[in-house]
Every structure is written in C-alpha cells, then in structure tokens.
Design a protein around this ligand. Structure first.
Ligand SMILES: Cc1cc2nc3c(=O)[nH]c(=O)nc-3n(C[C@H](O)[C@H](O)[C@H](O)COP(=O)(O)OP(=O)(O)OC[C@H]3O[C@@H](n4cnc5c(N)ncnc54)[C@H](O)[C@@H]3O)c2cc1C
Length: 385
C-alpha cells in the first residue's frame, strides 16, 4: 500500500497486483533476513540468484522460448519497487534483468539467445555490463579496452572499474574497441563468459559510501581469448549504437528505483513523526513537520504520475531517449532532496546506520552519477530544444 494516492496506471492489471504481492513476500521472507550479513561481506550470496531464478523472478520480461516469463517492463518495475520496499539492498538483479538480458535479446543471434538467456533465467549465469574504465566514464567513445581479432578468436586487454555485480557475474558484456583507430564506430560489445576464459581477473570489491551489500568492482582483462561467436550480434563496430538504443530502458529503470526509495522514505518518516515526541507532543504536530512532508508528498505525487506514464511509453515502445533522460534526472534529483528532508525529521537517529533512512540517504546518492550522470542527461535533453 503506497503512501501516495495516485490513480492506478492502466498497465497495472489485476494479475500484476497479485504478482506484486508474491514478489513482496519473496523479498521479505527469503532475502531481507540476510541483508545485514551481505552488508558486512560486501556482496550478496550466490544462492540468492538461484533462489530468485527458482521463483521465476529472473528474466521476467524475456520470451518464454528463452527461459523467461514472457512479461514486460511492468514486471520489472514491480520487482524493483518490492525489492526497495523490503530493504533488500545490493542485489543487482534489476541490472541483470533490465539491462544485460535485453542486450542479448535485442542484438544476440538465435544461437546466442538460446545459449545465454535460459541460464540467466535460472541464475546459473549472473550478468554485468562493463563500460566504465579508470580513464573514462561519461565519454564512452574513449574506452581503451581492446578486443582484437586473431584468427577465430578475439584477444582482449584492458581494465574496467565500478562494475556492478563485479565479484559475482560470470557473463559480462564488455564494451571494447575492435578497431582502436576509430571512435564510436570502433566499439563492439563482447560477451565474456568468465568461467570459460584465462586471463580474466577480478580486482577490488570497492568500498563505497552506500550500497554496502553491492559488489561494485574492478575487472582486469590480460590477453583474454574470446571465441569470435561471443561478439554480440554478427558485425563489429555496432556496440556504440546498440548502447544508445537501449538507454531509455536503462535510464528509466533507475528512475523507477528512485521513485521506490522516495515512497519508502516518506512512509518511514510519516510513521516516525507520529511516534516520536518532543515538547510533549508528536513531532508531526509541529507545523514545520507537516509543511515539509506536505511538500515532499506533493512532489512525490507528481513524480509518480510521470514515472508511471514513462513506463506506459516504454511498454508501448515509444519512450524516447530525451524523455527517459528527464525521468532519470528528475527522479534521482528529487529522491536526494526528499530523502535528505526526511532524514532531518529523524533528528540524530536519522544519522544512525541502523535506521533505514540513513541507508537510503547513502544509497540513493549514486543514482545521480551512474547510468549517465545527470549532467549528461541535461546534454541529451538540451539536444531536443
Ligand atoms: C556504485 C556504482 C555502480 C556503477 N555501476 C556501473 C556498471 O555496472 N557498469 C559500468 O560500466 N559503470 C558503472 N558505474 C560507473 C558510472 O556509470 C560512471 O561513474 C559514470 O558514468 C560517470 O563516469 P565517471 O565516474 O568517469 O565520471 P566523469 O565522466 O569523469 O565525470 C566527472 C564529472 O564531470 C561531469 N561531466 C563529464 N562530461 C561532461 C560534459 N560533457 N558536460 C558537463 N559535465 C560533464 C560529470 O557529470 C561528472 O559530474 C558505476 C558507478 C558507481 C559509483
């Protein structure tokens, strides 16, 4: 039950509401009890992926013929919302489901789809996408990792950093230059099956401000030999265009995550200010508390309607890159603003790690940075002016 009273979007069918209930139970019963342990370890245990696969929650929007559930982005959105609601941080399944699997579905050959997607649906393969390098993030054309064709294989050299699921993933889409002399036209997506190759090394599981249970890592490729059939699709030089085409969904799913955090922050805070007393009355009775939360709720309501509208466009195949950039930028900015205001209403407790609001504060900060920074979003929106 959301703290907001927005109309139910048309895409949210009765079946999806039942599904929502099931997903919520899965996160609360199966994964939430393990979050503290995963935060300490800096990663989610491998069995969680297989458990999600058994529950039919991996590759939900992939066609059934490739092991998926034949759903659409609505299923993915519900998954993201319920994960956030249950406080299951660190489990990078949204990236696996909404980013990595769609690349294979949209650009993979029939053989590649049959080879990888069913194993991603069971959790046997865990996906990651490796674009960012120590020397380049926003400027993707400048990647220096190379994959040079030698006979019937590619030889990959380079390093990546900040890679989500980096310690766990065994199917990594690596953005590489097959023609280092070219810019965008030299970029190809190579699928590295890490269990099958030599020369691949995982570096540090990076210590971060938030998302403590997420294994964001460095990756190294030293003369890694990759069969030519692991080039995603059939032609070299398509990588940059493939990346650009998939950006609307990638960006909007970050917005969906931010929206879920906004709703959780509001709910936690409303509950808290009703209980906590100062000067002999609940702090909700102070006009400042009411005004702050009224403003937050009004902005969140507007945001929810926009998010659900973008989701409808995504399902209909009409969500363009600029609108998805607006969704990512606005929602992640708003999430930072609302979570900060909510934390203030918790007083000192809001700064304590054991209070979920403090974790939300730390966790949501990165959303303005990854998936393309919010400055890059402005560049993309500005092109439509
Ligand atoms: C927790 C976490 C998880 C991540 N997961 C992944 C992942 O799974 N896979 C992956 O490939 N990457 C991942 N990233 C990397 C992320 O996408 C990059 O950090 C991001 O794209 C920014 O790149 P950068 O860090 O190199 O910053 P830079 O590109 O160096 O940018 C630094 C600053 O300059 C600004 N800037 C850059 N260019 C312009 C411009 N043209 N105009 C105006 N301002 C500009 C940026 O907005 C930013 O404020 C992750 C990062 C984090 C922190």
């Amino acid at each position: 039950m959301s703290v907001l009273q927005t109309p139910k979007p048309a895409w949210k069918t009765d079946d999806l509401e039942l599904f929502e209930d099931e997903v919520g139970k899965f996160f609360t019963r199966e994964l939430a009890p393990h979050v503290e342990k995963w935060r300490d370890a800096g990663k989610v245990e491998r069995w969680a992926w297989e458990k999600a696969g058994e529950a039919g929650l991996l590759c939900m929007s992939m066609p059934e013929e490739y092991g998926g559930a034949g759903g659409n982005f609505a299923h993915e959105q519900i998954f993201i919302e319920q994960q956030s609601q249950a406080g299951v941080e660190g489990f990078g399944a949204a990236l696996h489901n909404c980013i990595v699997a769609p690349y294979i579905l949209h650009y993979g050959t029939e053989e590649q789809k049959k080879r990888w997607l069913p194993k991603m649906a069971t959790g046997e393969l865990v996906g990651a996408i490796a674009m960012t390098e120590p020397g380049t993030g926003s400027d993707l054309q400048a990647v220096r990792t190379t994959a040079i064709k030698q006979g019937n294989q590619y030889v990959m050299n380079g390093s990546k950093t900040f890679i989500t699921n980096g310690q766990t993933a065994n199917l990594i889409i690596v953005v590489s230059k097959t023609d280092p002399g070219e810019g965008a036209k030299g970029v190809s997506l190579m699928v590295v099956e890490t269990d099958e190759v030599d020369g691949f090394e995982r570096g540090r599981n990076l210590k971060k401000l938030g998302n403590k249970a997420q294994d964001t890592s460095e990756l190294f490729f030293n003369d890694v030999k990759i069969p030519t059939e692991n080039l995603l699709g059939t032609d070299e030089g398509q990588g940059f265009f493939q990346l650009m085409e998939q950006l609307p969904q990638e960006r909007h799913q970050i917005a969906v995550g931010a929206m879920a955090q906004i709703e959780r922050a509001l709910q936690l805070t409303i509950d808290y200010v009703k209980e906590r007393e100062a000067f002999g009355r609940p702090i909700l009775k102070f006009q400042n508390t009411q005004f702050v939360l009224a403003e937050c709720k009004a902005k969140a309501t507007m945001a929810r309607v926009f998010v659900d509208s973008c989701t409808q466009q995504l399902i209909d195949g009409t969500l363009d890159a600029a609108t998805a950039s607006m969704s990512k930028m606005l929602l992640t900015d708003l999430c930072g603003e609302i979570v900060d205001k909510c934390l203030q209403l918790f007083g000192g407790y809001g700064y304590m790690d054991e209070y979920p609001i403090s974790r939300l504060y730390a966790d949501c900060r990165v959303e303005r940075i990854y998936g393309g920074t919010n400055e890059i979003m402005k560049l993309l929106i500005a092109r439509t002016l």
